[in-house]
Design a protein around this ligand. Sequence first.
Ligand code: SAH
Ligand code: F3S
Length: 481
Amino acid sequence: MEKIIEENKQGNSLVLEQKEGNTKRLFIESYGCQMNFSDSEIVASILAEQGYNTTQQIEEADLVLVNTCSIRDKAEQTVRKRLDQYNNIKKINPSMKVGVLGCMAERLKKQFLEEEKIVDLVVGPDAYKDIPNLLKEVEEGRDAINVILSKEETYGDISPVRLNTNGVTAFVSITRGCDNMCTFCVVPFTRGRERSRDPQSILEEIKELWDKGFKEVTLLGQNVDSYLWYGGGLKKDFEKASEMQKATAVDFAQLLDMAATAFPKMRFRFSTSNPQDMHLEVIEVMAKHHNICKYIHLPVQSGSTRVLQAMNRQHTREEYMELVDNIYRIIPDISLSQDMIAGFPTETEEDHKDTLTLMEYCKYDFGFMFAYSERPGTLAARKLEDDIPEEVKKRRLTEIINLQQKMAWERTQRFVGQTVEVLIEKSSKRSDEHWSGRNSQNTMVVFPKENYKPGEFVNVKITDCTSATLMGEAVGYSDMN
Ligand code: SAH
Ligand code: F3S
């Protein structure tokens, strides 16, 4: 692999990994969750073996792939608009092929080839290894589609090509699919049943990243706490595993412990945690290792037990609060973030107030908040009327967002006066004279560059802040270097 340094829109240098001798050009872009961005790196790696190097210039691409998201209707509309833009480019460059990957491909299947005349290729999240065969079909003038979901596929044997990377932080997938069946969510239908990746292959991928100079890895899964390796297969079939497999199984707390121990100078994050599967062992492992970041993304969706039940979340308001109490008890300086849905079917003003009071109780540093969007095929769409008027959803969402902003402001201020450890990622968006990076709690920190470099851990004395950013001055290297 050869490395090419390019500038992105923010003026930050990006490293592009290119295989020598490759002549075809792939333009790949991703929408939606971090898992999609990580999957695109797997696809780029599969295509690097087929003669494709990635390009940032869509006009010169032989193949354009878009990795899509179905989580809300708006996400799908964004992709459809993008496809229109591809269509205009295809008019200038008719030999360019266009493929749709990911959740929309899985959800809409053949419909895509019929509705969107410009799409040549439709590939679901478990079928990326079939892309070389599918491309042959396309070359022979046939539409190509593979949306088969797998019981086994984890892409554990593929070493991803890092796309648009800052060379410092990277994602590593540890599970695929989700078995939770939250009634609002399309993911179990588009990404299939849950399966975990062999821990050995995870550690090998982390080692490769370490050797390339990366300093932070985020372990990814729809529900990382549910990670369970017992020799392959679906999580739901674990009961049928042999006694030997059960005795040697590795869970998420063990995986995290193994990774943090094996790479003591690599920082680890993970996402996403589901409250029902997050056990105290994980929090204890986090407390034990300095190099596991003190930040948990812990979506709750609603503060009302009645709504949580209708969502098929497997915990009550009180159980969630107890989990949060335990987290703050074991790791007092932790940051938490939430996902929240406003206006789920049947949600009353009382339920909405429960959401606001739960938020105040949990003191989240960050939040990702959405108005309920009915997704075809989900249990909620089949069983519950989308009965909350749009303006009520919007008003409740605004109240949730306003409260989150107020809390973020209060939470961020706690760092002022403290010295925090920061991993330098890139130039600050606002100023070329400043570096930006995150502290352990995931808050962005900006400080004058001096002679420090990306990939270095520095201690930064915080002097000021906005609601989302800390400002300060470096006072020296940290022990993590
Ligand atoms: N476990 C996953 C969740 C993916 S969906 C993860 O890795 O993050 C991300 C968030 O989108 C959910 O937590 C939920 O808050 C929101 N979401 C999912 N389905 C939705 C829907 N139908 N309408 C509105 N928001 C939704
Ligand atoms: Fe979706 Fe719930 Fe899984 S939000 S991804 S079904 S944990």
